[in-house]
Ligand binder design. Sequence first.
Ligand SMILES: CC(C)(COP(=O)(O)OP(=O)(O)OC[C@H]1O[C@@H](n2cnc3c(N)ncnc32)[C@H](O)[C@@H]1OP(=O)(O)O)[C@@H](O)C(=O)NCCC(=O)NCCS
Length: 167
Amino acid sequence: MLLRPATPADHDAIAALTTAAFAGVFPDGPGGEAAIIAGVRAEGAVLVELVAETAGRIVGHVLFSRMTCDPPALVAGLGPVAVDPDLQRQGTGAALCRTGLERCRELGVAGVVVLGHPDYYPRFGFSAAAAAPLISPYAGSPAFMAMALKTSGLEGVRRVDYPAAFG
Ligand SMILES: CC(C)(COP(=O)(O)OP(=O)(O)OC[C@H]1O[C@@H](n2cnc3c(N)ncnc32)[C@H](O)[C@@H]1OP(=O)(O)O)[C@@H](O)C(=O)NCCC(=O)NCCS
């Protein structure tokens, strides 16, 4: 399996994959994740976007977008992440997250936040405790987690907001 940066030629496949993956999460209807991804691109807020490809087919995708911070800081928001429903639980999601976090580190990102399952993201180093000092509409939720990528990390960052596409 190849992990590589997403290109515009991948966008349709990423939308289809994301819709299929989240259909199991939101069985009553689309959660709008594909539209969020398109919106983040349109805002120019993509920091890192990777796909997992196997035999020429896109089977996984992860997006890290640029958060708006007060005071200004380079902080990434992880998500959405999606893996082909037939290929889940084989390590693809973890590989995408770990590779994306490494790429963020190379870009000088100070820290990363995520709104996701409290049982999944701690394996990468995320914790609700690290997010606790941050002002956010999601503050206080156990699903709102953060991790520092630098020694000083998120110190001094008071408020973080997702790109407008997240609504
Ligand atoms: C979540 C997702 C990206 C994980 O990718 P994956 O390739 O299936 O996951 P991995 O193989 O890397 O990791 C498997 C582990 O994740 C756990 N896991 C998978 N989905 C999970 C979920 N929704 N909540 C909690 N744990 C989850 C599995 O239990 C497994 O745990 P273990 O290693 O302790 O056995 C994928 O399942 C998916 O696309 N889900 C639907 C969309 C979604 O929920 N995205 C995340 C939104 S925050």
